[in-house]
Every structure is written in structure tokens, then in C-alpha cells.
Ligand binder design. Structure first.
Ligand code: DQA
Length: 147
């Protein structure tokens, strides 16, 4: 059974309250329920972490080394600023997939650059909660020798 780490960055704990016109009415707890149900449906184990702190996200990625078969990450605003998170993803030799609830290419120009995305095999953006399901499915089906 594959083991996948799901990391959510800053302000995603505010889902349901935060800009519902962009991020929807469902809460972070609803997202975690959705992720766990989606993973269980395809016999995948998931661990979910949320942090508002860049360094904690870097530490979490480093600690995943040798423990997980894949990482699903929504670095939130750090997507567009953090070379440290991008470097951490490149450091651990674990396939990673980037997820965004909104379509970052159809919003402000500053959201078009994704440093994290440069360290990921795939991006699912603009699919809401379903993006996490798509990312878990992708990592679950991915052949280990394909990079
Ligand atoms: C986000 C998009 C980011 O630009 C933003 O800073 C977020 C959430 C998304 O899931 O759509 O916090 O990652």
C-alpha cells in the first residue's frame, strides 16, 4: 500500500471562512475528510499536515525522506515565494504533485509563478477539493521507475 503525505500551507486552515467566493464554503476539516475518503477508496494511506510556517513545511518535507512514496502539496502563498520549499522538494527524492484549489493562472499575475511547481511532476489547479483526489490517484498509479 502506498503512503502519501499531504501538506497544506498557510491560511488553508481558514477554508470555509476565507474568501468563500474563491475557495468555497467547505472547511479545512471537510477537506481532510475528503482526502482521507478519496485515499481509502483506492487503498492508499495518507497523512495530512497543515502549517502556516515556511520552515515547518521545509522540516516536514525533509522528515518525509524514506517514509513516503509521494507528496501532495498545496504550499498556498509560499507557492509563489518560497525557493526553500522548492529546494526541499528537490532534496528528498520523493515524487511530488502540486495542488491549488483555485486556478492560479487565471488570477493575479503574481500567482502565475510557482517555485514549488518546478519541483513537482504535475499540477492540478482550479479543481477545488477534487485536485487532491486527482493528485493522490496520480501518485498511487505512478510507476516507481518513471521520473
Ligand atoms: C492557493 C492559491 C494561492 O495563490 C493562494 O495564496 C492560496 C491558495 C489555492 O489553493 O488556490 O493560499 O494555493
Amino acid at each position: 500500500m502506498k503512503k502519501i503525505l499531504v501538506i497544506n500551507g498557510p491560511n488553508l486552515n481558514m477554508l470555509g471562512i476565507r474568501q468563500p467566493e474563491i475557495y468555497g464554503n467547505r472547511s479545512y476539516a471537510d477537506l481532510i475528510d475528503f482526502i482521507k475518503t478519496s485515499a481509502a477508496e483506492i487503498d492508499t494511506e495518507v497523512e495530512c499536515v497543515q502549517s502556516n510556517h515556511e520552515g515547518v513545511i521545509v522540516d516536514t518535507i525533509q522528515a518525509a525522506h524514506g517514509r513516503f512514496d509521494g507528496i501532495v502539496i498545496n504550499p498556498a502563498a509560499y507557492t509563489h515565494t518560497s525557493i526553500a520549499i522548492s529546494d526541499a522538494l528537490k532534496s528528498v527524492d520523493i515524487p511530488a504533485v502540486e495542488v491549488h484549489l483555485s486556478d492560479i493562472n487565471k488570477r493575479e499575475d503574481f500567482r502565475r509563478i510557482s517555485y514549488a511547481g518546478m519541483a513537482c511532476e504535475k499540477t492540478f489547479a482550479g479543481f477545488g477539493f477534487d485536485g487532491y483526489k486527482m493528485a493522490i490517484k496520480y501518485l498511487n498509479e505512478r510507476q516507481q521507475d518513471l521520473k
